[in-house]
Design a protein around this ligand. Structure first.
Ligand SMILES: [Cu+2]
Length: 248
């Protein structure tokens, strides 16, 4: 009896876990709420709605292989056309990413990159060349950023760099969950791409990173045991290198 009760509880935990993965149904810029990609609705609506967050299909699951084509923008997105619209934001302004939910215990950093679209973002996937640069990241400081997200209303503020040139960009915002990352291949990647038109700004045109390409399954920030205690967690080195210098 005890075993079957345990199994039932375990199964229930698995089921709730599978549905608990988050997605980004909204972003907020300057007090305005803008629809993101609602996994529960948008993929099932005909015609498909235009969103500033690139589509994720079929669900809100994770990417396990960092060399997968989906690592650029989200699960299933490599097979989908980019969206035709962008959201306007001033350089130096803030994009608030609103997740619908996020489970505690998906220990990991939150990483943010941008890439200037070659021409129109609606015709560009961001998966060739090295157009990406890191703009902001949070790692363990006594608590994992993923747990702060889970406890803090599921919102995360991304500051758009003040010194980048005006233009059309993808913002790649990513949760990297390390709860299974003690084994190679056990990390879970949850990127989303947000299409932005940046106004104002300076003259910086950073680049240098590729997705896929920037991450390897054996990187120390991807193959990492988050259960070794506070000191080890504080020494965590995220993948993708440091934030690009001189952005702000
Ligand atoms: Cu999960």
């Amino acid at each position: 009896m005890r075993l079957s009760a345990t199994l039932a509880l375990f199964t229930a935990t698995l089921v709730s876990h599978a549905t608990a993965h988050g997605y980004v149904p909204f972003i907020r810029i300057n007090g305005a709420t803008i629809p993101g990609w609602d996994v529960s609705k948008d993929g099932y609506t005909t015609p498909q709605p235009s969103r500033v967050v690139r589509a994720t299909k079929p669900d809100s699951g994770f990417i396990a292989d960092p060399s997968s084509a989906d690592i650029t923008c989200s699960i299933g997105n490599s097979k989908l056309p980019p969206s035709p619209i962008t959201a306007n934001v001033t350089a130096g302004g803030t994009v608030t990413v609103v997740w619908n939910t996020w489970p505690t215990g998906h220990y990991g950093p939150i990483l943010n990159y941008m890439a200037k679209c070659v021409g129109d973002c609606s015709k560009w996937k961001g998966d060739t060349g090295s157009p990406w640069f890191k703009i902001q990241q949070h790692t363990y400081d006594g608590e994992w950023p993923s747990d702060k997200l889970a406890k803090g209303g599921f919102t995360y503020d991304v500051k758009i760099p003040k010194n980048i040139a005006a233009g059309n960009y993808l913002l790649r915002h990513e949760n990297l969950a390390l709860h299974g990352a003690s084994s190679v291949g056990g990390a879970q990647f949850y990127p989303v791409c947000i299409q932005l038109t940046v106004t104002g700004g300076g003259s910086l045109n950073p680049s240098g990173l590729s997705f896929p390409g920037a991450y390897k399954a054996t990187d120390p920030g991807i193959h990492f045991n988050p259960y070794q205690g506070d000191a080890a967690n504080r020494a965590y080195i995220p993948p993708g290198g440091s934030v690009y210098p001189g952005l702000n």
